[in-house]
Design a protein around this ligand. Structure first.
Ligand code: ATP
Ligand code: MG
Length: 233
């Protein structure tokens, strides 16, 4: 396993980066600084894992990198483009072109009424790219889902659903796939297959960033970032 990806301004060609980001969440009962000056650069073609105790800021960091939120200060880049100085519409556009976001619960990543081929085709269309059926089937085959091509999510296991979500995540070649604890609800064998799918597909040039408490995820990662109390350690 390599050292953690270098902190600091994004390297040229990075999937995503952030520089000195600070993010405070405000509630009726007080404020929590979830990120306190965090700088990371996530390479393309690699799986980077973000680890840290509960409440250390992992999900907050992933949401910033996924263009779902903006920092209070510091800046975020995805696919070489600034995120934090855009309005909601500009962020939405950048997200659609450059980012995929995978939820922990496999079912939340898929539409219940579309079969596996349909899910991948829709994901490609939403990203604004065209795919042929042959390309979709080749991708499903690569993820061990060739014989599930006409199954809807209700007829797939949790692990198969999550692998299908990974397929949807990489189609159309975004810069970054963000996955917040994607193996938390899977058994060991299923989790390992999802992780193998990520490392296999990352080689095509997409950067993956995955938060996890799961030692299996750390074991396959190309780089590990550790957060504690909103700071890199
Ligand atoms: N929307 C929010 N409103 C208020 N506080 C929040 C919000 N989101 C996160 N926080 C707080 O910010 C801190 C970091 O939360 P975050 O969800 O990023 O941690 P995490 O490392 O993902 O934790 P976990 O491992 O439990 O998922 C925590 O103290 C949390 O309570
Ligand atoms: Mg979290």
């Amino acid at each position: 396993m390599d050292e953690a990806p270098a902190a600091g301004p994004g390297r040229p060609g990075a999937a995503a980066s952030c520089h000195e980001v600070v993010k405070t969440h405000h509630t009726a009962t007080g404020s929590v600084t979830a990120l306190d000056g965090v700088s990371v650069s996530l390479p393309r073609g690699r799986v980077t894992v973000v680890v840290g105790p509960s409440g250390s800021g992992k999900s907050t960091l992933l949401r910033l990198l996924a263009c779902l939120d903006t920092p209070d200060s510091g800046h975020v880049e995805v696919g070489g483009r600034r995120v934090d100085d855009r309005g909601a519409r500009g962020r939405r556009l950048l997200r659609r072109q450059q980012v995929s976001y995978l939820f922990q619960r496999p079912g939340e990543n898929l539409l219940p009424y579309l079969d596996a081929v349909g899910q991948v085709r829709l994901a490609a269309r939403l990203r604004g790219t065209a795919t042929t059926d042959e390309e979709v089937l080749a991708l499903l085959d690569r993820l061990g889902l060739a014989d599930r091509a006409d199954h809807t999510p209700g007829r797939l296991s949790g692990g198969e659903q999550q692998r299908l979500a990974v397929a949807c995540g990489v189609v159309g070649s975004p810069a970054l796939v963000v996955a917040d604890e994607p193996t938390a609800e899977l058994d060991t064998a299923a989790a390992e297959r999802v992780l193998a799918a990520m490392t296999d597909l990352a080689a095509g040039g997409v950067g993956f960033v995955v938060s996890s408490h799961d030692p299996r995820v750390r074991a396959v990662a190309d780089g590990v970032l550790a957060l504690d109390h909103g700071r890199l350690v």
